[in-house]
Design a protein around this ligand. Structure first.
Ligand code: BES
Ligand code: MN
Ligand code: ZN
Length: 509
């Protein structure tokens, strides 16, 4: 599918369908009003007849109106002004795309006159429209013998007034890049555990480095990690036939000596719980336990495609958590790369065990910021449900920047406290710390554990256990959360760098 920005008069477009909005109580949008005049009142007639009111989500397809080049006009109800929140805008876009999909159209032009969202910023409106539309046409069929019918839509034009076209253009480019990153993340997440192994993730990273000039990749095998003293990470994959990997993807878009931003992803390609075995119900969903890794891979892919003028490093800590004769047992004590020892009281709290060594490893980059992303705790789903990712940080400026980025990108996070009072829940009689903190505050104690390995840099942790995938029926599958949030954070960072080249076109605030 090819997205483009057009500023032509809507009535002259040679496309199969034109989409325009009508506000609540039949109030014509500027484009609808213009087309109404050209079509001798066809739109107003429809409204006067009572058949269309402009209620949120309402749709009406009109055909062969006089005065229009396009053979179809799809009217979209924009609803009342308080029905233009992100969730309404998302639903509206999905509704349009479902109709376009059913009609099997090749080309469409969409003119919403900036009215579909309560946030007037044309960059944001256009970027979200692009991201969401691309997501709506993603179909998983990799492991089906019967392939999904490819979408017929080839041309997706977004109509913007002349003076917003340039901004719209950059929004579209960013939107497409981010959407590609999201779709990569979803695809990795959806792949089953017998295909998407730590080795597969490493191969995916290598493939990306082939595709993008600015990306370099390095993969550490178990032997190298052993030498580095990453015994905590290695303890997780002990019960598995699949070798663990540490995958390092470097993007250089800034000056060579600019401090990089670092993303660290939890890449448990299947989490059985290990010897602390999980119950059987819905255990298949633990193939999604590498969605943090998928997000950081998708993000660096998008950043490379956007050519952001900064340096970024994505690190994936990949392992398969299985029971087995060599598997780590409850009560085992391991020494982390940092030198701190951990009593593994529950082998199902494995995410923090792989992340802590990756977080120590990245100290060598002297990072500007480090953000880890992980499907870390079931407790996060209890705390925040499926709408917000959990955010914990040792740095208020960084936390604020991530919250703001999440709001802007409609990929929200919400903070939980990381107070010292919680740290003592990790006390152990047999090691420097235990890997679990008991029943209370599970998301916080997990982050407390990580915080003991992140003292050298500004750090934030995103718990995406509730947001990384959808469990419901036809909707079941990876979401690509929080690629948008991370991309937005990095776009914002690139802007505040204020490089002399000003080579990038990402200013939108
Ligand atoms: N991957 C899980 C967390 C998870 C569970 C995410 C369900 C999404 C849905 C993680 O490795 C885990 O098992 N965490 C344990 C920690 C506990 C043993 C302290 C949990 O949340 O139960
Ligand atoms: Mn687990
Ligand atoms: Zn896990």
């Amino acid at each position: 599918m090819f997205f483009e920005i057009l500023s032509d008069a809507a009535e002259t477009l040679s496309i199969e369908c034109l989409v325009v909005g009508i506000e609540a109580d039949g109030k014509l949008s500027p484009t609808a009003s213009h087309l109404n005049t050209l079509t001798q009142g066809a739109i107003q007639d429809l409204i006067d007849s009572g058949d269309f009111s402009g209620a949120a989500g309402e749709q009406q397809l009109l055909r062969n109106l006089p005065g229009l080049t396009a053979p179809r006009l799809l009217l979209i109800g924009l609803g009342k002004t308080d029905e233009r929140k992100d969730r309404h805008y998302r639903k509206l876009v999905k509704g349009i795309n479902q109709t376009l999909g059913k009609l099997k159209l090749k080309s469409v032009a969409i003119a919403l006159d900036g009215l579909a969202s309560d946030q007037p910023d044309p960059y944001r409106q256009t970027r979200l429209l692009t991201e969401w539309t691309s997501a709506d046409f993603y179909q998983y069929d990799t492991t089906k013998s019967k392939k999904a019918e490819p979408t017929t839509l080839e041309q997706y034009a977004i109509l913007l007034p002349e003076d917003a076209a340039e901004l719209g253009e950059s929004a579209l480019l960013d939107g497409v890049a981010i959407a590609n990153g999201i779709n990569s993340a979803r695809e990795l997440g959806n792949l089953p555990g017998n295909i998407c192994t730590p080795t597969y993730l490493a191969d995916k990273a290598k493939a990306l480095a082939e595709e993008f000039e600015a990306l370099k990749v390095k993969v550490l095998d178990e032997e190298k990690m052993e030498k580095l003293g990453m015994h905590s990470l290695l303890s997780v994959g002990r019960g598995s036939a699949q070798p663990s990997k540490l995958i390092i993807i470097e993007y250089q878009g800034g000056q060579k000596d600019d401090a990089p931003h670092v993303l660290v992803g939890k890449g448990i390609t299947f989490d059985t719980g290990g010897i602390s075995l999980k119950p059987g119900a819905a255990m298949d969903e633990m193939k999604f336990d590498m969605c943090g890794a998928a997000s950081v891979i998708g993000t660096i892919e998008a950043v490379a495609e956007m050519h952001l003028p900064l340096n970024l490093i994505a690190v994936v800590a990949a392992a398969e958590n299985m029971p087995g004769s060599q598997a780590t047992k409850p009560g085992d004590v391991v020494t982390t790369m940092s030198g701190q020892t951990v009593e593994i009281l529950n082998t199902d709290a494995e995410g923090r065990l792989v992340l802590c060594d990756a977080l120590t490893y990245v100290e060598r980059f002297k990072p500007a910021s480090v953000i880890d992303v992980a499907t870390l705790t079931g407790a996060c789903i209890i705390a925040l449900g499926h709408h917000a990712s959990g955010l914990l940080s040792n740095n208020d400026t960084l936390a604020e920047a991530l919250l703001t980025a999440g709001d802007y990108a409609a990929d929200r996070a919400w903070p939980l406290p990381l107070w010292d009072e919680y740290q003592e829940l990790l006390d152990s009689n047999f090691a420097d710390m235990a890997n679990i903190g008991g029943r209370s505050a599970g998301t916080i104690t997990a982050a407390c554990f990580l915080s003991r390995f992140t003292k050298a840099y500004p750090w934030a942790h995103l718990d995406i256990a509730g947001t990384a995938w959808n469990s419901n029926g036809k909707e079941k599958g990876a979401t690509g959360r929080c690629v948008s949030l991370l991309c937005q954070y990095l776009i914002d960072q690139a802007e505040t760098l204020d490089l002399p080249e000003s080579a990038h076109e990402h200013s939108h605030h």
